[in-house]
Design a protein around this ligand. Structure first.
Ligand code: ZN
Length: 233
C-alpha cells in the first residue's frame, strides 16, 4: 500500500500527433481529445492535488468548463474514436464531480485510492461514548413497535415518540460533531501534503479519517432508522 502522491505526472503521448500530453484532456500541440491518462484518479481528472479542503467554487467552475469542452455535441462530426472519447470522458467527469463535491465522499474516495476503505465494509459497533444512548434508543424503539402492534394507547405512543424525537436530535448533533471532526482531520491531511510529510505520518492521518468515517456511518444509520420509525408511526 502506498500513500497517494501530491501530483500525478504522466508521460502519455497524443494518439494523433505523438506530442507529449502530460495527461491533459486535449493535446497541447494539435488540440485533439485524449483518452484518460493511465492511473488518473478523480483529483487528477480536474488537475488537482489530492487535497481535501479544495475550493467548492473552483471545482464547480472547472466542472462547467470541462463539461462544455468535452460535451458529445461538440464531437458530432468528429471521428468515431473521438466521439467515443468524448462520451467516456464526460461520464468520468460526472462521476469525479459527484464524488469530489461532497466532503464525505471525497474523504472516502481518497482512502479507497490507497485501499484503506472498501465498499460494503460497513458493519459497525456503537462508539463507546454513545453506548448508553444507543441502548436506550433501542429500548424505546422496541416499546414503540410493541405499542403499535398491540394497538397501544395514544398517551403511551406519544410519550415514546417524544423520547425518540429527543434521541434523534441528540444523534443529529453527534453527526454534526463528527462532520466537524472530519473537516479537522481533512485540514491536517492537506497540511501534511503541504509539508511533504512522510508516508508513515500520512498513513496515520488516513487511519484516523477511516475511524471517523466509520463512526459517522454508524451515527447516520441511527438517525435514519429513528427517522423512518417516526415516519411510520
Ligand atoms: Zn496531438
Amino acid at each position: 500500500m502506498s500513500a497517494p502522491s501530491t501530483t500525478v505526472t504522466t508521460s502519455a503521448n497524443c494518439w494523433s500527433c505523438s506530442a507529449a500530453t502530460a495527461g491533459a484532456h486535449f493535446c497541447p500541440a494539435c488540440g485533439k481529445i485524449q483518452p484518460l491518462a493511465r492511473g488518473a484518479d478523480y483529483f487528477a481528472f480536474f488537475g488537482l492535488p489530492q487535497k481535501l479542503t479544495l475550493g467548492q467554487a473552483t471545482l464547480e467552475q472547472q466542472f462547467h468548463s470541462l463539461s462544455w469542452k468535452l460535451h458529445p455535441d461538440r464531437f458530432a462530426r468528429a471521428s468515431e474514436n473521438e466521439r467515443q472519447l468524448s462520451l467516456d470522458l464526460t461520464s468520468q467527469l460526472n462521476d469525479a464531480y459527484r464524488t469530489l463535491r461532497d466532503p464525505v465522499a471525497r474523504v472516502e474516495y481518497l482512502l479507497s485510492l490507497s485501499g484503506m476503505r472498501k465498499e460494503g465494509q460497513k458493519k459497525q459497533q456503537a462508539p463507546p461514548e454513545l453506548l448508553e444512548e444507543v441502548f436506550e434508543l433501542n429500548e424505546s424503539l422496541d416499546e414503540l413497535r410493541e405499542a403499535r402492534a398491540s394497538g397501544g394507547n395514544a398517551q403511551q405512543t406519544a410519550g415514546l415518540r417524544a423520547k425518540l424525537e429527543s434521541a434523534q436530535h441528540k444523534f443529529e448533533s453527534s453527526l454534526a460533531d463528527v462532520d466537524r471532526e472530519l473537516a479537522g482531520v481533512s485540514m491536517e491531511w492537506d497540511a501534511a501534503l503541504d509539508s511533504s510529510a512522510d508516508e508513515a505520518a500520512r498513513k496515520k492521518i488516513m487511519e484516523r479519517m477511516n475511524e471517523v468515517l466509520n463512526r459517522r456511518s454508524y451515527i447516520r444509520n441511527l438517525v435514519n432508522g429513528v427517522r423512518q420509525e417516526l415516519a411510520a408511526t
